[in-house]
Write a protein that binds this ligand. Structure first.
Ligand SMILES: *Cc1c(COP(=O)(O)O)cnc(C)c1O
Length: 370
């Protein structure tokens, strides 16, 4: 029990594995399902999440940085493919080659450097290439891609394994940008494959999988849906919730007169109310914008967060509980299967991704295996 004194974050590895399996079943025949485990598996712990996905059959892992890739390589040995989504920094290529990591490259210059350095190591090191199909963030521009297709020597000496691109609006199925990006990516893929038939194509993130089979190509790259974020906002979430977060109560009090609660005296509570102050605040990743809007959960009931969220504590109005419930109440859940990351995100004016990746490090983390 003592381990839980700072709050208990339960992470259900079985739900994550089930979500992986669910997504693989939705893919077109022949499409592989990778897993995006960047940012410490969206805050849930790469060292625990990755083996669970590996046991479920995942062999293609996508990370954001080289450091994450190196950690993962140590954890999993040589049996998996590890792709670094934000590429490799100039000067760090040799370490990347030696760690057997596959960087995503965005420019001709990066591709030439990568080829030169791997040749100097006596190998043809594989890489991924990202093109911009309309999101206008990372990726090779159409003009540069044209130049690449005309550089047959570079194409022969490079070992491009994956051509990828990223969708800007996959979570809005009706958005015209999806089809524009699909057509642009498909055309680019066909042109590259005419010259390098082995290249695999990858476009879909979690939401992209739900746009239909033509978005699936050779490898899908889901992240958030594995961790329970709804890939189809507005519709019923098909994924299983993977996190529960419970905060211990450090004080319960009766308010005899009408009072203002918390910093800034932003919210009033009526005379005769009961409050509970729980351990856990914005320094623990409880997003401060939820103050006065969000809620907690106990005995199957919603308990409003009242006033501003502090650094280390959050105040709840627990007047809705019966006297018996109030007296036995020891903790309040602020994430569970009924109070999902997407709902919390809504209260906080953000997205489930930010709720997950903000989760703090003072909680005791319990991993549930089945
Ligand atoms: C983060 C990321 C993903 C995963 O996206 P989700 O929406 O979490 O499924 C896929 N591809 C790229 C390039 C990414 O950066």
């Amino acid at each position: 029990m003592n381990d839980f004194r700072e709050g208990l974050l339960s992470i259900n590895l079985q739900s994550i594995a089930d979500n992986y399996l669910d997504l693989t079943k939705r893919l077109a025949a022949g499409t592989r399902c990778g897993a995006v485990v960047k940012a410490d598996a969206y805050g849930l712990g790469m060292n625990q999440v990755v083996p669970a996905l590996y046991r479920q059959g995942c062999r293609d892992f996508f990370v954001a940085t080289q450091t994450e890739g190196e950690r993962l390589r140590k954890e999993l040995g040589d049996s998996v493919r590890i792709v670094i989504l934000t590429g490799v920094r100039t000067g760090a290529e040799l370490e990347c080659v030696r760690a057997g990591l596959m960087p995503t490259l965005f420019t001709l210059e990066q591709l030439r450097n990568w080829v030169d350095i791997s040749v100097s190591e006596g190998i043809k090191a594989p890489c991924a290439l990202k093109i911009d199909s309309g999101m206008t963030r990372l990726g090779m521009s159409p003009e540069e891609f044209d130049l690449l297709l005309r550089d047959s020597q570079l194409l022969r000496s490079a070992d491009i394994r994956i051509l990828l691109s990223h969708l800007a609006c996959a979570d809005e199925p009706q958005h015209p940008q999806n089809n524009i990006q699909l057509r642009s990516f498909k055309a680019a893929g066909e042109r590259l494959r005419a010259l390098c038939p082995e290249v695999q194509l990858s476009l879909a993130n979690s939401s992209g999988i739900f746009l239909g089979e033509e978005y699936h190509f050779d490898i899908a790259r889901p992240g958030s849906a594995l961790y329970g974020v709804n890939p189809i906002p507005g519709a019923t979430n098909p994924m299983r919730s993977a996190v529960a977060l419970s905060l211990p109560i450090v004080q319960k009090r009766f308010v005899s007169r009408e009072q203002w609660v918390g910093y800034g005296a932003t919210q009033q509570i009526a005379a005769g109310s009961w409050l509970a102050v729980a351990r856990g605040g914005y320094a623990d990743g409880i997003i401060r914008a939820q103050g006065g809007r969000g809620c907690g959960w106990a005995y199957g009931r919603q308990l409003p967060i009242i006033g501003r969220i502090s650094m280390d504590s959050t105040t709840f109005d627990i007047s809705a509980l019966s006297q018996e419930e109030r007296e036995s109440l020891q903790s309040i859940e602020i994430l569970n299967k009924d109070l999902t990351v997407d709902e919390v995100a809504e209260y906080a004016g953000t997205i489930g991704y930010e709720v997950l990746t903000s989760l703090g490090h003072r909680y005791f983390r319990r991993y549930i295996k089945s």
